[in-house]
Write a protein that binds this ligand. Structure first.
Ligand SMILES: NC(=O)c1ccc[n+]([C@@H]2O[C@H](COP(=O)([O-])OP(=O)(O)OC[C@H]3O[C@@H](n4cnc5c(N)ncnc54)[C@H](O)[C@@H]3O)[C@@H](O)[C@H]2O)c1
Length: 314
């Protein structure tokens, strides 16, 4: 059988946020119970800080890897920040069976994972959503989180006001959305805050976050990158997608760890473990953090779904 090529258009049409949220909830659980495995990814950071990454995973019936570049300044060229392919193989024969657009999968699955994490960690009825960094992930997070919660307001902040207004137009039709002048203003009343910047500098401090808020920290995916202040991390109840990756790559945790403000036991667990029954019961004043570095199992799960859908196997 011919290898399938699954382009960004097919991904966008067939991997809706609601479908993807279901897939992500399933795979986070499978990763935690060991039925879907991944290996620590390899990230090469170029002198200009752009990244080339290879992320392998294995599901039993399938295996594969996401191979992608991360160029944070690409929006200036009108190009996506994440580009590449997910290579999907069948386990029985070792044959390459599909090549899937990685940029679109990454965009959609990352918002979906934050939506799942928010379902398990945030207050039951969050009212205000705050988006810091209004690029591709801003769009995907608004779409996915709006499938799980009904927000009365969405606050947008970006260092470029044009980008914030453009996201408002693209993703907030029919919603009560406001472009804010500062992070303080955007975050002040928020029940869920998503930090979606390139992670070049701290964007969120403890004093900006109200008690009871939940933070999806998504932007800082390398040891020298961070979005959260050390004090905010120290004060938080800290969860993640994968403990090994966080200990290796998460500047948000590694800075306070090296400053001696927190220990390794500051990580309370993974979202997969919460789904598998190690339920976290929040106290009213808890500030929770979900640190998302992104996982190969998430990408492979989407690729398998898209492959089986296109082949008519579902
Ligand atoms: N954890 C994961 O699984 C995962 C997946 C995809 C992307 N990411 C990361 O998320 C981040 C955002 O990705 P994207 O594709 O949306 O990028 P993008 O380039 O489309 O958007 C980033 C936005 O952040 C804004 N910004 C930059 N610095 C800022 C600051 N200090 N304050 C406020 N806004 C600021 C930019 O103006 C831009 O609009 C990147 O760092 C990316 O590597 C993580």
């Amino acid at each position: 059988m011919e290898q399938l090529f699954i382009d960004a258009g097919y991904v966008r049409e067939n991997l809706s946020p609601v479908v993807c949220i279901g897939l992500m909830e399933e795979v986070l659980k499978e990763q935690d119970d060991g039925s879907f495995v991944q290996y620590i990814r390899n990230q090469t950071v170029f002198p200009d800080s752009n990244i080339f990454g290879v992320m392998p995973a294995y599901s039993g019936k399938y295996f594969g890897a996401k191979v992608l570049s991360v160029y944070p300044d690409n929006f200036k060229r009108g190009l996506p920040s994440h580009q590449g392919a997910i290579l999907l193989f069948e386990e029985e024969t070792g044959k390459l069976i599909a090549t899937v657009d990685a940029g679109m999968v990454t965009k959609i699955r990352t918002g979906a994972v934050s939506a799942v994490a928010s379902k398990y960690l945030a207050v039951k009825r969050p009212e205000v959503l705050c988006i810091i960094g209004c690029g591709e992930q801003g769009e995907s997070h608004i779409e996915a989180l709006s499938e799980v919660f009904e927000f009365s307001r969405i606050n947008l902040f970006d260092m470029s006001k044009d980008r914030a207004y453009s996201l408002m137009e693209k993703a907030c039709s029919g919603k009560n959305a406001v472009v804010c002048n500062s992070v303080e203003e955007a975050a002040a009343e928020a029940d869920i805050i998503c930090t979606l910047t390139p992670g070049n500098t701290i964007v969120l401090e403890e004093s900006m976050v109200k008690k009871g808020a939940h933070i999806n920290a998504v932007g800082a995916c390398a040891p020298a990158k961070r979005e959260l202040s050390s004090e905010l991390v120290r004060r938080s109840r800290f969860f993640c997608d994968n403990v090994d990756s966080v200990m290796k790559e998460s500047g948000d945790l590694l800075y306070p760890l090296h400053e001696g403000l927190v220990g390794e036991d500051h990580i309370l667990g993974t979202i997969g473990a919460c789904i598998n029954g190690k339920t976290y019961i929040r106290n009213e004043d808890d500030i929770t953090v979900f640190e998302a570095l992104g996982m190969a199992v998430e990408d492979l799960k989407c690729a398998i779904y898209l492959y089986e859908k296109k082949r008519g196997l579902l």
